[in-house]
Design a binder for this molecule. Structure first.
Ligand code: 2AM
Ligand code: CA
Length: 263
């Protein structure tokens, strides 16, 4: 399938960094990582992947800015284009050998998300989206699920980590939503949760306290698949607040109705 030059650049970068992460996952699975060092090993894998993405993306588009989770932030000469990159989203999964993690590359243009690539090297699922051109999983066009009854919907969420976020608020959200939906899920990689919503595997997803690189690519993925992405209060504030709600128009609205009053 033919994609734009821009998408080709993003895909090539994601695949190269993906090969690196997949090799590193192999090391973890083969228990070749010393017991004292798995976290350090993953940090090194993460940094290696970000360096590759930084090099490839800036070589192809020299003027663009770059914001990366591992600190590779750079202000570009071209102020209207910024890469927003997570070299390893789902770090805890990766560390445990759970094959639910991804490289997430978003391109913000003139302040809005313009393109996204999300790649899980463990199962070779490649998601791409470009503004006005649709979203695709391994070249198949994506469309969000059409369910309009919350009690038929499978909804994913995030859970705040130890020492982070508001655990009490998270429990209140569960208490409200669990009896209203067909099932709740918690996968642990925000970019893939958004990609799953785009693919219609999940009907909706919400999570708080995320970073721009967790959601940048996923936001355009969901929108290009016909879905709606907002902050918890319903506006276009997910990137700014780190709180995200999404689904088809109906599901996103229903989730906001339940979640907004909680805090
Ligand atoms: P990460 O794996 O790149 O850290 C899990 O709920 C999701 O939250 C993941 O996408 C994870 O991304 C993200 N996340 C954002 N900030 C986090 C933090 N401080 N600690 C753990 N996960 C975080
Ligand atoms: Ca992340």
């Amino acid at each position: 399938m033919l994609h734009s030059a821009l998408i080709n650049v993003m895909v090539k970068a994601a695949r190269r960094a993906g090969r690196s992460l997949k090799r590193d996952l192999g090391e973890i699975e083969n228990l070749q990582v010393s017991m004292k060092g798995p976290a350090n090993f993953v940090t090194a894998a993460d940094k290696r992947a970000e360096q590759m993405l930084y090099d490839d993306l800036l070589k192809a588009r020299p003027g663009y800015g770059f914001i990366g989770e591992e600190g590779g932030t750079r202000e570009g000469t071209d102020k209207s284009n910024t890469w927003i990159v997570d070299p390893l989203d789902g770090t805890t999964n990766f560390l445990h050998g759970i094959p639910q993690f991804a490289i997430s590359i978003g391109l913000q243009r003139e302040g809005v998300m313009f393109a996204g690539v999300i790649y899980n090297p463990a199962n070779d699922e490649l998601y791409i989206a470009e503004r006005g051109k649709g979203a695709f999983l391994n070249d198949q066009r994506l469309r969000v699920a059409g369910r309009k009854k919350l009690d038929e919907c499978v909804i994913a969420c995030g859970l705040p980590h130890i020492g982070r976020g508001d655990h009490e608020l998270s429990r209140r959200e569960m208490t409200e939503l669990q009896p209203k939906v067909a099932g709740l899920r918690r996968f642990g990689a925000a970019s893939l949760d958004l990609a799953f919503v785009a693919a219609g595997r999940l009907d909706g997803y919400w999570e708080r306290n995320l970073q721009p690189w967790d959601i940048a690519a996923g936001m355009i993925m969901v929108r290009e698949a016909g879905g709606v992405v907002s902050g918890i209060e319903g506006g276009d504030t997910a990137l700014a607040t780190g709180n995200v709600v999404c689904g088809n128009e109906y599901v996103q609205t229903e989730l906001v109705k339940v979640l907004k009053p909680l805090g």
